[in-house]
Structure formats: structure tokens, C-alpha cells
Design a protein around this ligand. Structure first.
Ligand code: DC
Length: 230
């Protein structure tokens, strides 16, 4: 079995989930979207009517919430208290509140523990903000994906429109910039590039070329049989 671990970090809208899923599919690895876990906690916070800035309430909730990842083919679905919440995680409401929830140390502790359990099995591509620094610091392949704010705004707009949400470009740009700032400046596991992560700027590049670049980084860790087309 292929035990390769690939960590992909970067800011919102850099293309991490699309690229990570494609790399996982090409290599037959499991794709774990760590942001979906922070989004699931946020969805539950909003559902319960808790203020996302109430750190004490969030810490308590982090201890109580029953959050599970269940494998579904080559990806995972997120379950909260016995319910599959995966389709609920990409709403503008969750987008706005998720950084506040993700900066709470008790929430991060719980999520990181779970992510490490999945990472320990190996054979995984995981994307997020602190995967190469905190969750899988010893991953064989680490990538830091980025793109200009204008490009990330355009991609996020497309994504939201496809999901039927009506938002202005200005709103999306502001939300992304605020989220970048919050994610990069929080006290625990901020978004930073691991010193040994390969930097890839996806501005103006198509998905195929970025995926090919990451596959090439994985190549030395794969057997002939595990290499796509090999
Ligand atoms: O990748 P995403 O947009 O789905 O992530 C949602 C939020 O979750 C993001 O603003 C920051 C947080 N996050 C995090 O703090 N650490 C991770 N490993 C993944 C996401």
C-alpha cells in the first residue's frame, strides 16, 4: 500500500482543494480537507446560536462536539453529532465566521488530534493552513499554494455562484483579505509556509499544470506501480 503523505497549505482560494483532490485521485491516496472540519464546528456554532467570538463557549463546545470523518471513496465526509453536514459547510455565513472559530486553542487541539490520527495511517493528501507545520511536519511532500488576491476572489466568486449564493466581488475580496489576515496572525498554528514546503503560485496557471508539478514532487517516493501510467 502507498503510505505517502502530502501536505498542501495556503490561503483561502489558492486552489488547494481542487488540486489536492486531483493529486489524491491520480495516486489513489485519501484526500482529507482539514478546513471542512473547522467549517463543521463553525456550522454547529451558528446552528446553536453561539457567538463565534465567545471563546469560552467555543472551548466548551470543542470538548462536547462529536465530530467524525467517515471515508467515502477517496475522500472523507464530516459528521457532527451523527449527521452528515458536508453539504452545509460552504455557505457565506460559515465563510464569515470560520476564522474566529479556528483561532480558539481548544478547537485547534481537538481538530489537530483527529487530523493526526488520519495522517498516521499514511496514504493521504491533506490540505489546510498548518498541515506541513503542525499536523504532518514529517510529510514526505509539502506544498505551499498561493495566488493573487484578485485571482482568489475570482475563483471564490465562481464557486459561490455555482452553489447558488449571490455575493458581490467586493464582499468576497474583503472576506478573503480579512480571513488571510486572521489566519496568518492568530497565536496558535498561524498560516505560514513551512521552510521545507515547495512554493507554487497558481495565478494564471491551469489546474493540470499545478497537479503535474506536485505529482513530479511525489515521484521519488513512489514505486513504479504507484506512478500514474507507470
Ligand atoms: O480551507 P478552507 O477555506 O475550507 O478553511 C476554512 C478556515 O478554516 C480557514 O479560514 C482557516 C481554518 N483552517 C485552519 O485554521 N487550519 C486548517 N488546517 C484548515 C483550515
Amino acid at each position: 500500500m502507498n503510505r505517502l503523505r502530502v501536505a498542501i497549505d495556503g490561503p483561502a482560494g489558492a486552489g488547494k482543494s481542487t488540486v489536492a483532490r486531483r493529486v489524491a485521485d491520480a495516486l489513489g491516496l485519501l484526500y482529507v480537507d482539514s478546513g471542512a472540519m473547522y467549517r463543521a464546528v463553525t456550522w454547529w456554532v451558528l446552528e446553536r446560536g453561539i457567538d463565534p467570538d465567545d471563546e469560552e463557549a467555543l472551548s466548551k463546545l470543542a470538548d462536547e462536539i462529536r465530530l467524525e470523518l467517515r471515508r467515502d471513496g477517496l475522500s472523507v465526509r464530516v459528521w457532527v453529532n451523527g449527521r452528515d453536514v458536508t453539504p452545509m459547510l460552504r455557505s457565506p455565513q460559515v465563510n464569515r465566521a470560520v476564522s474566529a472559530v479556528a483561532k480558539v486553542p481548544a478547537v485547534r487541539r481537538r481538530m489537530t488530534e483527529l487530523q493526526k490520527e488520519w495522517a498516521a495511517r499514511g496514504g493521504v493528501v491533506m490540505d489546510g493552513r498548518d498541515i506541513g507545520t503542525a499536523v504532518m511536519p514529517d510529510a514526505e511532500v509539502k506544498v505551499y499554494l498561493t495566488a493573487s488576491l484578485a485571482e482568489r476572489t475570482r475563483r471564490r466568486m465562481e464557486d459561490l455562484q455555482q452553489r447558488g449564493h449571490c455575493v458581490s466581488a467586493e464582499e468576497v475580496r474583503t472576506e478573503l483579505a480579512e480571513r488571510d489576515l486572521a489566519d496568518a496572525h492568530r497565536a496558535v498554528s498561524p498560516l505560514v509556509r513551512a521552510p521545507d514546503a515547495h512554493l507554487i503560485d497558481t495565478t494564471g496557471r491551469d489546474v493540470e499544470s499545478v497537479v503535474a508539478e506536485i505529482l513530479a514532487l511525489c515521484r521519488p517516493f513512489l514505486s513504479e506501480e504507484a506512478w500514474p501510467g507507470g
